[in-house]
Design a protein. Structure first.
Length: 269
């Protein structure tokens, strides 16, 4: 009986925490679906429902263009970081070369350097290359993630050496071993890390705000169009913010089981 009560208490606690975490997201969509006259209402239910905020936002900014740009930036950044991390972690874990440990520590140490420190050099380089106010300029400095290398290297180091040795005896090259032996066995870790990198790139605001000076190239920057000296236009702003959250929410709802299994099996937190 006591154990059952403890179980009920734990579930109630977890349910309360889940509601507290989900409520801001619910309020975001509720505000976006209110009528313009009811935007500041404190009613928990947005009734009657209205799409006026979305239509107003579409008239002021190019929602389709912002959505496509954000998807391109997030996908390119996440894919590049995952590829670089895969190759670098494979080299650090499988090869022996002079100063390997020193180079690895120096590489991972870059993760401890705040982005604000490297922001100015990156901006100067992009300006010299003429990449300011372009999506390439947003993606280029994010092609490598030291955290991704650190996480994948741990999985590579624990990979069974017997499989790699057997593949070498079969005459396979290092490149073939990576893609036909190592990668298939690291799919859960790669999936979990890819999700983390995509969500982080999708939600990025600071660096795009620095590079894209004259245009609202991504959804997060499109929110600035509804901020003015006379006040914020909360309805369209919440509509754009809800569209920015929607892909990540749909990704989790559609791939919930796969995402959970990826994180559990990979050990990434």
């Amino acid at each position: 009986m006591i154990e059952r009560l403890r179980g009920v208490g734990r579930h109630l606690l977890l349910g309360g925490v889940a509601i507290a975490c989900a409520f801001p997201v619910y309020w975001l969509f509720a505000t976006a679906l209110r009528r313009p006259a009811d935007v500041m209402s404190l009613s928990p239910l947005p009734w009657p429902l209205s799409l006026d905020s979305y239509t107003d936002a579409a008239e002021k900014v190019d929602l389709a263009g912002l959505f496509v740009n954000t998807a391109v930036v997030a996908l390119c950044s996440a894919a590049a970081q995952l590829l670089v991390a895969l190759l670098a972690s494979y080299a650090f874990a499988m090869y022996s070369f002079p100063f390997r440990r020193v180079l690895y520590l120096a590489f991972v140490g870059t993760w401890l350097v705040p982005f604000q420190v490297t922001m100015l050099p990156n901006y100067v380089l992009l300006n010299r290359f003429g990449l300011i106010d372009t999506l390439i300029g947003v993606v280029l400095p994010t092609l490598c993630s030291a955290l991704a290398v650190l996480l994948l290297r741990q999985h590579m180091a624990s990979f069974p050496a017997e499989l790699v040795a057997a593949a070498k005896l079969d005459g396979r090259s290092s490149w073939s071993i990576l893609w036909t032996v190592v990668v298939p066995n690291l799919r859960p870790a790669l999936a979990a890390l890819g999700i983390l990198l995509f969500v982080n790139a999708w939600n990025e605001y600071f660096w795009p705000a620095v590079v894209l000076r004259r245009s609202n190239g991504v959804l997060q920057l499109g929110l600035r169009s509804f901020m003015g000296t006379e006040g914020e236009d909360w309805g369209p702003m919440m509509a754009v913010a809800s569209l920015a959250c929607l892909p990540v929410l749909l990704l989790y709802l559609v791939l919930q089981r796969q995402i959970t299994n990826a994180f559990v099996r990979s050990g990434l937190k």
